[in-house]
Design a protein around this ligand. Structure first.
Ligand code: ATP
Ligand code: MG
Length: 370
């Protein structure tokens, strides 16, 4: 099919007086109108989808910088998750054969609002931090904003705690250190609040790397509906000052992180009554408990003093009393395991992966063209 289309193409050599750099990109790609030629082959680029951002500034992997993304180049392998905004799919790039997570956010919105969202997503994508999931590219097509994300092959912390129930302190320290580094970047370098730190937004790969994702997405979703301060998602990890409608700052992410880490340690969401006590909290009871009751803490008879102190440094109802991400990186709980060579990769590799990747044959150049 593609072979036939290509056979009908007339290739014309640029006239002598045309400067070569009009056609050649830094990566050695020749491009003229809809035609692109590089070491990966010859390709017709159609303008079916609107590409929102260039990938050059977003990539932490130098090899990815040359990758041209078009929706038609991404083949779906499997749906890997569903959130309140849309579906996340595992996709494979037809040309470089690498895997990515494609997150679709359904949005039937006006052109002006779309431009605003695009602008916000664009700002959010310029991240150069190993502890933040890379967003390589985004598209807008048929009312859906699609984000091409770094694929984290061990899923989220939510997937992991479903399997292991609890995570031991040494692993929690290693995991937490990475999340704190991501938060230091967001809070102290980018001066932004994540707003939705929770187990499903902390992703893990087989190397044991933990990265924060969905930074800014919930704010963008809310603003697209004309409700800038309306939250889309779960309220479980939301700080008391946000629930009660007071002003809040980056310390509200620290509250959320404290709850997530405590949940991983004790094996249940800290505000849900333990199995021995009766009943579950309703939505309103939960919000009331977060705002009115003393904050949860780590049981001193089950956990180290360093861990109990770390949790209490995060889960303080008064945001002023909470430590910052920078201070927490220096906390004795994080320091305690720093030179112990704890490998989170070994823990996650012993678990079932969220997706069993099928074996793929790397296509030959001729196969792509025919
Ligand atoms: P909500 O929409 O309420 O925030 P959520 O975070 O679970 O919930 P999504 O962000 O849409 O919703 O993600 C759905 C699931 O897809 C996640 O729980 C995670 O398991 C998976 N996922 C998301 N991004 C990636 C990624 N980059 N790599 C691997 N898996 C991912
Ligand atoms: Mg998410």
């Amino acid at each position: 099919m593609k072979g036939k289309a290509l056979a009908q193409l007339k290739l014309s050599v640029p006239a002598q007086e045309t400067p070569v750099d009009k056609f050649l990109t830094a990566s050695g790609t020749f491009q003229d109108g809809e035609l692109r030629l590089n070491q990966k082959g010859l390709k017709l680029i159609r303008e079916e989808t609107e590409s929102l951002t260039p990938s050059q500034t977003q990539s932490s992997d130098a090899n990815e910088e040359d990758v041209q993304f078009a929706l038609e180049d991404l083949e779906t392998i499997k749906v890997i998750g569903k959130g309140s905004g849309g579906v996340v799919q595992l996709v494979r790039h037809k040309w470089n054969c690498k895997f990515y997570a494609l997150k679709g956010i359904q949005m039937n919105i006006q052109e002006t609002i779309r431009k605003q969202i695009v602008q916000e997503l664009k700002i959010n994508q310029v991240t150069q931090c190993p502890e933040i999931v890379v967003c390589y590219h985004s598209f807008y097509h048929n009312g859906v904003i699609s984000l091409v994300l770094e694929y984290m092959d061990r899923g989220s912390l939510a997937d992991i705690i479903k399997q292991v129930k609890t995570i031991l302190e040494p692993y929690l320290a290693v995991l937490c250190k990475q999340v704190l580094k991501g938060l230091v970047y967001l809070h102290h370098e980018r001066h932004v609040i994540h707003r939705d730190i929770k187990p499903s937004n902390l992703l893990v790969n087989h190397k044991g790397e933990v990265k924060i994702t969905d930074f800014g997405v919930s704010a963008v979703l809310a603003s697209s509906m004309g409700q800038r301060d309306t939250f889309v998602g779960t309220y479980n990890y939301m700080s008391p000052e946000r629930i009660s409608g007071s002003s809040y700052d980056y310390k509200s992410d620290i509250w959320s992180l404290g709850l997530v880490i405590l949940e991983c340690a004790i094996g249940r969401f800290p505000y849900i009554p333990s199995e021995e006590s009766e009943g579950w909290l309703s939505f309103y009871e939960l919000l009331e408990a977060i705002v009115d009751q003393p904050p949860p803490s780590a049981p001193a008879d089950q956990f180290s003093p360093e861990f109990c102190s770390f949790i209490s440094a995060c889960i303080q109802k008064d945001p002023q009393q909470r430590m910052s991400a920078l201070q927490l990186l220096e906390h004795p709980f994080i320091k305690k395991f720093e030179d112990k060579d704890i490998d989170l990769g070994i823990l996650v590799s012993s678990l079932d992966p969220p997706v069993n990747l099928p074996e793929f044959k790397v296509p030959l150049y001729q196969d792509i063209l025919s």
